[in-house]
Design a binder for this molecule. Sequence first.
Ligand code: ZN
Length: 200
Amino acid sequence: MRFLIFMLPLAASAQVLNVTVLDYADVPAATMSDAQEVFTAIYRKTGGRVVWRVETRVWQPGERVRLADVPGDIVLRICSEEMAKGLTRRESLMGYVQPVAENELARVATVFYHRVEELKGATGSATSQVLGAALAHELGHLLLGKGAHSRAGIMRCPWDTGELRAIHQGRLVFDRVQSVLIVNGIAARTNSGAGAARPN
Ligand SMILES: [Zn+2]
Protein backbone atom coordinates (compact mmCIF):
# COMPACT_ATOMS: atom_id res chain seq x y z
CA MET A 1 0.00 0.00 0.00
CA ARG A 2 1.27 3.50 -0.78
CA PHE A 3 0.73 6.47 1.48
CA LEU A 4 0.50 10.18 0.88
CA ILE A 5 4.01 11.50 1.25
CA PHE A 6 2.94 15.06 1.93
CA MET A 7 2.89 16.26 5.50
CA LEU A 8 -0.25 18.16 6.38
CA PRO A 9 -0.77 20.18 9.52
CA LEU A 10 -3.36 18.35 11.62
CA ALA A 11 -5.35 21.50 12.20
CA ALA A 12 -5.79 21.99 8.48
CA SER A 13 -7.69 18.79 7.90
CA ALA A 14 -10.09 19.62 10.73
CA GLN A 15 -11.44 22.68 8.94
CA VAL A 16 -14.82 22.45 7.30
CA LEU A 17 -15.56 24.48 4.20
CA ASN A 18 -19.12 25.79 4.09
CA VAL A 19 -20.44 25.92 0.54
CA THR A 20 -23.70 27.60 -0.35
CA VAL A 21 -25.24 26.25 -3.55
CA LEU A 22 -27.63 28.70 -5.21
CA ASP A 23 -30.00 26.81 -7.47
CA TYR A 24 -31.36 29.07 -10.21
CA ALA A 25 -32.05 26.13 -12.55
CA ASP A 26 -34.88 24.43 -10.67
CA VAL A 27 -32.85 21.24 -10.26
CA PRO A 28 -35.05 18.32 -9.14
CA ALA A 29 -34.58 17.57 -5.43
CA ALA A 30 -33.43 13.98 -6.01
CA THR A 31 -30.86 15.11 -8.62
CA MET A 32 -29.54 17.75 -6.23
CA SER A 33 -29.23 15.37 -3.33
CA ASP A 34 -27.45 12.73 -5.46
CA ALA A 35 -25.16 15.45 -6.88
CA GLN A 36 -24.32 16.44 -3.32
CA GLU A 37 -23.25 12.87 -2.58
CA VAL A 38 -21.03 12.77 -5.67
CA PHE A 39 -19.52 16.16 -4.82
CA THR A 40 -18.94 15.30 -1.17
CA ALA A 41 -17.38 11.94 -2.07
CA ILE A 42 -14.93 13.62 -4.46
CA TYR A 43 -13.81 16.04 -1.72
CA ARG A 44 -13.69 13.33 0.96
CA LYS A 45 -11.04 11.60 -1.14
CA THR A 46 -8.85 14.72 -0.93
CA GLY A 47 -8.95 14.63 2.87
CA GLY A 48 -10.77 17.98 2.90
CA ARG A 49 -14.11 18.46 4.62
CA VAL A 50 -16.83 20.23 2.70
CA VAL A 51 -20.47 20.71 3.60
CA TRP A 52 -23.07 22.30 1.38
CA ARG A 53 -26.39 23.99 1.86
CA VAL A 54 -28.79 24.59 -1.03
CA GLU A 55 -30.83 27.73 -1.56
CA THR A 56 -33.39 27.66 -4.34
CA ARG A 57 -33.76 30.99 -6.10
CA VAL A 58 -35.81 32.42 -8.93
CA TRP A 59 -34.14 34.74 -11.43
CA GLN A 60 -36.04 37.41 -13.30
CA PRO A 61 -34.68 38.41 -16.74
CA GLY A 62 -32.63 41.57 -16.39
CA GLU A 63 -32.13 41.08 -12.67
CA ARG A 64 -28.62 41.67 -11.38
CA VAL A 65 -27.78 39.13 -8.72
CA ARG A 66 -25.89 40.31 -5.67
CA LEU A 67 -23.74 37.50 -4.28
CA ALA A 68 -21.56 39.31 -1.74
CA ASP A 69 -24.17 38.90 0.99
CA VAL A 70 -24.71 35.18 0.48
CA PRO A 71 -23.47 33.35 3.60
CA GLY A 72 -20.82 30.62 3.44
CA ASP A 73 -17.11 30.41 2.65
CA ILE A 74 -17.90 29.66 -1.01
CA VAL A 75 -20.88 30.27 -3.30
CA LEU A 76 -21.56 27.85 -6.16
CA ARG A 77 -24.30 29.04 -8.46
CA ILE A 78 -26.23 26.74 -10.81
CA CYS A 79 -27.62 28.82 -13.67
CA SER A 80 -30.40 28.07 -16.11
CA GLU A 81 -29.81 28.34 -19.86
CA GLU A 82 -31.74 31.59 -19.98
CA MET A 83 -29.58 33.09 -17.25
CA ALA A 84 -26.43 31.84 -18.99
CA LYS A 85 -27.21 33.92 -22.08
CA GLY A 86 -26.57 37.10 -20.14
CA LEU A 87 -23.40 35.76 -18.56
CA THR A 88 -21.39 34.23 -21.40
CA ARG A 89 -21.26 33.99 -25.16
CA ARG A 90 -19.20 30.82 -25.04
CA GLU A 91 -21.81 28.15 -25.44
CA SER A 92 -19.39 25.33 -24.73
CA LEU A 93 -18.47 26.69 -21.31
CA MET A 94 -19.46 24.40 -18.43
CA GLY A 95 -18.89 27.03 -15.79
CA TYR A 96 -16.61 29.83 -14.70
CA VAL A 97 -15.14 31.59 -11.69
CA GLN A 98 -16.31 35.08 -10.82
CA PRO A 99 -13.27 37.33 -11.32
CA VAL A 100 -11.98 39.28 -8.32
CA ALA A 101 -9.29 41.91 -7.67
CA GLU A 102 -5.65 40.78 -7.66
CA ASN A 103 -5.37 40.67 -3.84
CA GLU A 104 -8.64 38.81 -3.22
CA LEU A 105 -9.50 35.12 -3.19
CA ALA A 106 -12.26 34.23 -5.63
CA ARG A 107 -15.33 33.06 -3.72
CA VAL A 108 -18.03 32.54 -6.35
CA ALA A 109 -18.24 30.07 -9.24
CA THR A 110 -21.03 29.23 -11.65
CA VAL A 111 -22.09 26.02 -13.39
CA PHE A 112 -24.48 26.02 -16.36
CA TYR A 113 -27.14 23.40 -15.89
CA HIS A 114 -27.98 22.99 -19.58
CA ARG A 115 -24.32 22.15 -20.27
CA VAL A 116 -24.46 19.52 -17.54
CA GLU A 117 -27.46 17.98 -19.26
CA GLU A 118 -25.66 18.04 -22.63
CA LEU A 119 -22.65 16.28 -21.11
CA LYS A 120 -24.94 13.77 -19.49
CA GLY A 121 -26.21 12.92 -22.96
CA ALA A 122 -22.64 12.42 -24.17
CA THR A 123 -21.58 10.17 -21.34
CA GLY A 124 -24.58 8.17 -20.30
CA SER A 125 -24.06 9.27 -16.70
CA ALA A 126 -26.90 10.51 -14.55
CA THR A 127 -27.38 14.29 -14.48
CA SER A 128 -26.58 14.20 -10.77
CA GLN A 129 -23.18 12.60 -11.42
CA VAL A 130 -22.22 15.23 -13.99
CA LEU A 131 -23.60 18.05 -11.84
CA GLY A 132 -21.71 16.88 -8.75
CA ALA A 133 -18.47 16.55 -10.73
CA ALA A 134 -18.97 19.92 -12.48
CA LEU A 135 -19.50 21.67 -9.15
CA ALA A 136 -16.43 19.88 -7.77
CA HIS A 137 -14.40 21.10 -10.78
CA GLU A 138 -15.47 24.72 -10.26
CA LEU A 139 -14.80 24.58 -6.52
CA GLY A 140 -11.42 23.12 -7.50
CA HIS A 141 -10.71 26.37 -9.37
CA LEU A 142 -11.54 28.42 -6.28
CA LEU A 143 -9.33 26.32 -3.99
CA LEU A 144 -6.42 25.62 -6.34
CA GLY A 145 -6.13 29.14 -7.76
CA LYS A 146 -4.71 30.13 -11.12
CA GLY A 147 -3.52 27.43 -13.51
CA ALA A 148 -5.75 24.82 -11.95
CA HIS A 149 -6.39 22.89 -15.14
CA SER A 150 -4.49 19.65 -15.53
CA ARG A 151 -3.87 17.23 -18.37
CA ALA A 152 -6.02 14.53 -16.85
CA GLY A 153 -8.57 13.99 -14.12
CA ILE A 154 -11.30 16.19 -12.77
CA MET A 155 -9.41 19.43 -13.51
CA ARG A 156 -8.93 18.63 -17.18
CA CYS A 157 -10.61 21.15 -19.48
CA PRO A 158 -12.61 20.32 -21.42
CA TRP A 159 -13.51 16.86 -20.19
CA ASP A 160 -12.81 14.22 -22.82
CA THR A 161 -14.42 10.81 -23.19
CA GLY A 162 -12.05 9.41 -20.54
CA GLU A 163 -13.22 11.92 -17.94
CA LEU A 164 -16.85 11.44 -18.90
CA ARG A 165 -16.48 7.70 -18.50
CA ALA A 166 -14.70 8.20 -15.19
CA ILE A 167 -17.64 10.27 -13.89
CA HIS A 168 -19.92 7.37 -14.69
CA GLN A 169 -17.64 5.00 -12.79
CA GLY A 170 -17.11 7.36 -9.85
CA ARG A 171 -13.40 7.61 -10.65
CA LEU A 172 -13.13 11.28 -11.59
CA VAL A 173 -11.11 12.69 -8.69
CA PHE A 174 -8.34 15.12 -7.78
CA ASP A 175 -4.77 13.82 -7.94
CA ARG A 176 -2.48 13.71 -4.90
CA VAL A 177 -0.88 17.09 -5.37
CA GLN A 178 -4.24 18.74 -6.01
CA SER A 179 -5.63 17.02 -2.90
CA VAL A 180 -2.94 18.54 -0.69
CA LEU A 181 -3.51 21.98 -2.19
CA ILE A 182 -7.25 21.60 -1.65
CA VAL A 183 -6.86 20.77 2.04
CA ASN A 184 -4.58 23.78 2.41
CA GLY A 185 -7.00 25.93 0.41
CA ILE A 186 -9.83 24.94 2.74
CA ALA A 187 -7.70 25.84 5.75
CA ALA A 188 -6.87 29.23 4.23
CA ARG A 189 -10.53 30.05 3.77
CA THR A 190 -11.73 28.85 7.13
CA ASN A 191 -8.99 30.12 9.47
CA SER A 192 -10.67 32.97 11.36
CA GLY A 193 -11.58 34.63 8.11
CA ALA A 194 -7.94 35.33 7.28
CA GLY A 195 -8.25 33.97 3.79
CA ALA A 196 -11.86 34.85 3.22
CA ALA A 197 -12.58 36.87 0.15
CA ARG A 198 -14.27 40.16 0.73
CA PRO A 199 -16.05 40.93 -2.50
CA ASN A 200 -17.73 44.28 -2.64
ZN1 ZN B 1 -12.14 24.61 -15.50
